[in-house]
Ligand binder design. Structure first.
Ligand code: FAD
Ligand code: PYC
Length: 413
């Protein structure tokens, strides 16, 4: 037995393994109140404390941290977007993800496995070529490939021409990866807590006290808290919470479902996405197939699962991987996607002078967690959005300066 291990076993000092600081009373006032303890809210809290020295911060969550979309997503990270602004932003997020396990001292299981977005029509070949060119121009590894190269990378796919939607090519993004989603929330929460941030679970925000165009206090189910600034980070509930603050968002909220199969022997390396067939799949480290499809076709604030989704998804999945017919689905769940008209997020200032917003994360926001957290922390600290997120301002909808990221969504809508 190595001497170090023996000394550790016999010694009394143990590293602190607690993820969250012990529950505390609410203080009467915080410099910054963050509404929403998902990845985005927790990351912003961490960077506020770490990079800006602002530690009198409270993160409030109505449930438990990571219990919203952060713990419900399918963990895919990539930067092969369509607009320059999108590619730059998501590439920065990928860059931060690559060193985040070390920074937060937690294993995020970052797993680079390559990402293929299949093209089944001439129109989607054109979009993939467009994306590849924008990506390469901005230094992101991305290439339009033909069916032979698709077969080399993923021989399991059905590459027959004699099917409803033959595979004509794909956008190959070798740096596409997966990251353990819960661990992202836990890692940011623990690191923020160690820097002095208070994390209050089971604390729902039910209103705001507003005077002279600013929020003076946040009303919660555990009482009123005075605040210097407020950051709203409540994906899936952004319209509801912003309504309480007196402004409206151009957002439609729709459920997005996903599922995993029983574990099977490892056979699938890359992440496979088919926009035309409305399905995507990757194989987890445990062997489970993580699968999802299109959003539900109607706005709804419900995270119920439906048989309709499962049947539709499996019908499409079997067109790509027909040998999966005997595999059993183990779990199914849903989250809430806040969809903007241009499929790009909203980050920055709001009509209230001390209130900031990160929202509109639709079906694509997990990959953005580090970059959004870091940029929103800077925005709150400096009262000015950093250049990286300036194009995502809420005002763009009023100014008719939308972004047009629909062609880069992995999920059908
Ligand atoms: P959340 O994690 O939802 O956190 C918001 C928190 O706010 C919640 O914990 C909630 O309890 C809290 N809250 C809400 N209202 C209040 C209130 N009034 N008071 C206090 N707290 C409140 N994105 C990707 O990049 N890759 C993927 O592979 C991917 N797959 C997805 C698959 C599914 C099935 C779903 C549903 C989404 C997927 N997404 C994916 C999108 C991604 O999950 C989200 O965009 C992202 O997690 C949003 O993070 P967040 O921190 O903003 O929100
Ligand atoms: O944005 O890559 C993505 C994604 C995959 C599944 C859901 N969203």
């Amino acid at each position: 037995m190595p001497l170090r291990l023996l000394r550790f076993g016999l010694g009394l000092a143990r590293p602190d393994t607690r993820i969250l600081p012990l529950p505390q009373e609410l203080k009467p006032h915080y410099d910054v109140v963050i509404v929403g303890g998902g990845g985005h809210g927790l990351a912003a809290a961490y960077y506020l404390a770490r990079q800006h020295g602002i530690t009198n911060v409270a993160v409030l969550d109505k449930g438990y941290i990571g219990g919203g979309n952060t713990g419900r997503n399918t963990a895919i990270v990539r930067s092969n977007y369509l607009t320059d602004d999108g590619v730059r932003f998501y590439a920065e997020s990928m860059r931060l993800y690559q060193t985040l396990s070390d920074e937060l001292d937690i294993n995020l299981m970052y797993s680079q496995r390559g990402h293929l977005t299949l093209a089944h029509t001439d129109a989607s070949i054109r979009t993939m070529r467009w994306r590849a060119e924008v990506n390469k121009h901005l230094g992101v590894e991305s290439e339009l490939i033909g069916p032979d190269e698709v077969a080399r990378i993923c021989p399991q796919l059905n590459l027959s021409r004699d099917v409803r939607y033959p595979i004509l090519g794909a956008l190959s993004h070798p740096v596409g990866a997966t990251v353990r989603h819960d661990a992202v929330a836990w890692g940011y929460a623990r690191a923020a807590g160690r820097l002095g941030v208070a994390i209050h679970q089971g604390t729902e925000v039910v209103g705001f006290a507003i005077e002279g165009g600013r929020i003076t206090a946040v009303e919660t189910t555990r009482g009123r808290i005075g605040c210097g600034k407020v950051l709203i980070a409540v994906a899936g509930r952004s319209s509801l919470v912003c309504n309480m603050a007196g402004f409206r968002l151009p957002i439609r909220t729709v459920p997005l479902q996903a599922c995993v199969s029983q574990p099977v022997k490892r056979f699938l390396d890359p992440i496979i996405v088919s926009g035309s067939l409305h399905c995507y799949i990757w194989q987890s480290q445990r062997g489970e197939l993580v699968m999802g499809g299109a959003t539900d076709p109607y706005p709804l604030y419900s995270t119920r699962s439906t048989l309709d989704f499962k049947e539709g998804l499996m019908a499409h999945m079997l067109e790509l991987l027909p040998f999966l017919g005997e595999v059993k689905i183990m779990r199914q769940w849903a989250g809430l996607s806040d969809m903007t008209p241009d499929f790009a997020p909203v980050m920055g200032k709001t009509p209230l002078s001390n209130c900031y917003l990160t929202a509109g994360w639709g079906t694509w926001g997990f990959k953005a967690t580090p970059a959004s957290g870091k940029a929103m922390a800077a925005c709150v600290a400096d009262d000015r959005p950093p250049e990286l997120i300036a194009p995502f301002r809420l005002d763009r909808f009023r100014e008719l300066d939308q972004l047009g990221e629909a062609g880069a969504a992995s999920v059908g809508h």
